[in-house]
Design a binder for this molecule. Sequence first.
Ligand code: AMP
Length: 538
Amino acid sequence: MRATMMDYPLTLTHYLERAGTLLSDREIATRLPGRSIHRYRYGDCHRRARRLASALAKAGLGRGEAVGTMMWNNYPHLEAYFGIPCAGGVVHTLNFRLHPNDIAYIANHAGDRFVIVDDVLLPLFEKVRPEIAPERVFVAALSGEPVPQGYESYEDLLATGDADDDLPALDEGDACGVCYTSGTTGQPKGVVYSHRAMVLHTMAMCMAEPFGLSQRDTVMPVVPMFHANAWGLPYGAVAAGARIVLPGPHLDPASLLDLCEAERVTFAAGVPTIWNGILQALDAEPGRWSLHPALRTAVGGSAASEAMIRGFDRHGVRTIHAWGMTEMTPLGSAAVLKPSMDALDEDTRYAYRARQGRAMPFVDMRLVNDAGVVPWDGETMGEVQVRGPWIAGAYHDSGELGDKWTEDGWLRTGDVATIDDEGFMKITDRTKDLIKSGGEWISSVDLENALMGHPAVSEAAVIAVPHAKWDERPLAVVVLKEGEHTDGDALRDHLAGGFAKWWLPDDYVFVDEIPRTSTGKFLKSALRARYEDRLLPR
Ligand code: AMP
């Protein structure tokens, strides 16, 4: 017997059209550069995204051609998230925190024909423009200033489009977006998402677990829309019919908390750096903000420490720890407890919540080390390898697949982890950040989490430093909370109870800040270079 279902493509066009019909009264609020709030409804967004699609088609955008966006999280960016792919184009979110040379490289590599830029980002764009020469540049003037000479206005572009034009019939395998990986070595690599991958990722993300997005939610993506599709949240929120709050350029803790409070946000997402700052603000002024009682946050991009998860619980905010990568659209796993775990003691439950969790549906996961595929025993470490319908099988125009994919077709994530018999993954390191002391691996992530549990410590990165006898030894680089004091001996005592002696860092350096990648992760390669000659005293 053969299936008798229609062959109906999974495309973002469906979500856009649904937003305009069944969900048209849902609100989208954007905080503008001047801090006032712009409000409109899904119905308005739908009409404008359709006009954008029509205008781009009239401007000659061909199927599969890229349009760059250099924008904060705001409503024109949301329009671009739908209007470009629904015109058959590819939305290329440019990470404007990269070096101008890298931005130029990726814009050229993706062949961005047009670029849409926020007016407040024009000074940055000016540094890139001579190297990329896009055919046309459209400026979204959200700051209230007129569009400067030499640029076209985004609103004028929209005026050339007709919301009632037919949208092209797309294939679910068509490209809808491209993001470049924020790898710290080699040239950035393009990951090209298909409509099908994005639709399936959206549906899986919205399920009751992990994120459970619904019409009753107010969703605020703090994670930038240029970082791995803001984890798919703009699509997830629209698919669920949630209210959407877009924070624009003001991302300091107080500004975000003010917005969360005023807009009654129930779901927010971002990297641990952002949440760490927010937690410190909440701790410093308890009672200043009255947040929605149902507020939950998705934290990922790098490890959320147990101390942070506990800290947010004290303020009534529930953290959902998720793991993923640009190559995975990006969601791969989340630490959602099983019902049987309700019976565990509190410490064990927190330990589970601080892990990277169980694979999402449709994400196949395995661990591999030199001995082959390793058992899920919670102890044996191996590299995490994944495959599935929203996982990249190649990079854009990069010729050789290199060693990023195994011969049997799994993506090598570069993350080293254990998985226990409950299926909970716990990342111990990046392959390139591993510390190998006397032939044994030490997990920098475990040490960092424990250090960040010390009351005086704001952030900690543990790196490998060359050592004559042991090859490598751990060094802890620590940022203290404002007004706090401690020293290496105290931190060593703090760690001593929880780790084997040979795991303990040989030294502690105190710094004002830890260098970061453009997406907010610790830039450990810079730390290793800085401290490679450090004489380890112990
Ligand atoms: P990117 O593609 O820039 O988002 O980087 C993906 C990488 O970030 C992953 O391969 C992990 O090394 C790291 N990462 C993402 N989420 C987590 C997490 N929850 N815990 C630890 N590392 C993470």
